[in-house]
Write a protein that binds this ligand. Structure first.
Ligand code: 5GP
Ligand code: MN
Length: 316
């Protein structure tokens, strides 16, 4: 059932024990929103746990509360009054779904949200879930402090490509300004999160050598099979390098993270790439989407390129 922001605040106020979760393969918005909301609920005197079914990259230790993020263990049974899922539908929270049995409240900005939660607050116009969490903090009557601001600013900055992408709205920048006024330190966040080990920069260079141009240069992508990912770790930021190639409408990366399990990222300059991601059970936003394909790198590449070409054809 879809609810309003006011009802979302009321749902949070009406319970004492709250578990917050977000998607597997968590990004800055998933982590920043989770910690930002956790700080706000603690300020209200709630008992809060943050449980995400994945490893949290060490770079996020710049965020206050990083050490509070737990990972669910198989067979565990977490007793709580409410499970709050952020930046995700309930299908991508991993083992948290089994370990926690409680009513679910879902807060998200993905237009592809499946609406399976008991209560859903969805705002597809928000650049980031962190933008919604800031509004929620105001609605809850909590005073935004530096800890909340650091976390939410991170979510907002990272989901907008540091305020460069088309999802950046006047409200996004107003929110960012408020967060700075509350004590967020932008350079501390960007320096921590943009830093890369030397080996990863070299992996990025190796991966960039493999970028292929298709469809008269309208499509560009790179496929990294399991063997090559064993040699060079999966480089962060690769999709961003593909996206900027002149003339490219659709950019993709395909990484065979485990044998016969490929993670796909899609970006576009206008074409709705959720149409491609949804075909493989994924989702996301018009200009940034993703999915997994349970096939070898070569087979997944063929399927993915076929789907991309079909969408390009339909757009013509
Ligand atoms: P990324 O390429 O950065 O992993 O993801 C781009 C966008 O697509 C993000 O908003 C992310 O949440 C969404 N996304 C990525 N993979 C999946 C997926 O497998 N399922 C769904 N529903 N969304 C995804
Ligand atoms: Mn997000």
């Amino acid at each position: 059932m879809q609810i309003s922001l006011k009802e979302t605040a009321a749902a949070l106020k009406s319970v004492q024990r709250i578990v917050i979760t977000a998607h597997v393969n968590p990004d800055g918005d998933a982590i920043g929103s989770s910690l930002g909301l956790a700080h706000a609920l603690k300020a209200l005197g709630k008992e809060v746990q943050v449980s995400i079914d994945d490893d949290i990259p060490a770079a996020f230790s710049v965020l206050p509360g990083y050490e509070l993020i737990g990972k669910p263990a198989a067979g565990q049974n977490i007793q709580t009054d409410l499970l709050v899922a952020l930046d995700v539908s309930l299908d991508r929270i991993g083992q948290v779904a089994e370990v926690v049995s409680a009513p679910t409240l879902n807060i998200d900005h993905h237009i592809t949200n499946d609406g399976q939660a008991d209560k859903l607050y969805l705002d597809g116009t928000a650049a980031a879930t962190a933008e919604i969490i800031y509004q929620l903090i105001v609605e809850l009557g909590v005073t935004c402090d530096k800890d909340m601001a650091m976390c939410l600013y991170t979510g907002l900055a990272m989901d907008t490509g540091w305020f460069r992408f088309s999802n950046t709205t006047p409200n996004t920048l107003h929110t960012a300004a408020e967060l700075l006024a509350c004590g967020a330190v932008p350079n501390l966040i960007s320096e921590a999160l943009e830093q890369r080990p030397f080996s990863e920069v070299q992996s990025l260079a190796a991966a960039m050598q493999k970028i292929e141009l298709l469809a008269d240069g309208k499509v560009a992508g790179v496929c990294l099979d399991y063997a090559s990912l064993q040699e060079h770790e999966a480089p962060e930021g690769l999709i961003g390098m593909v996206r900027v190639i002149e003339g490219v409408d659709i950019a993709f990366t395909l990484k065979e993270k485990e044998p016969n399990l490929c993670r796909v990222s899609l970006r576009s300059k206008g074409i709705d790439v959720t149409r491609i991601a949804l075909q493989f059970g994924g989702g996301g936003h018009v200009r940034a989407a993703g999915c997994s394909i349970e096939k070898s790198c070569a087979e997944a590449r063929t399927d993915l390129i076929r789907a991309i070409m079909q969408v390009l054809e339909e757009e013509r």
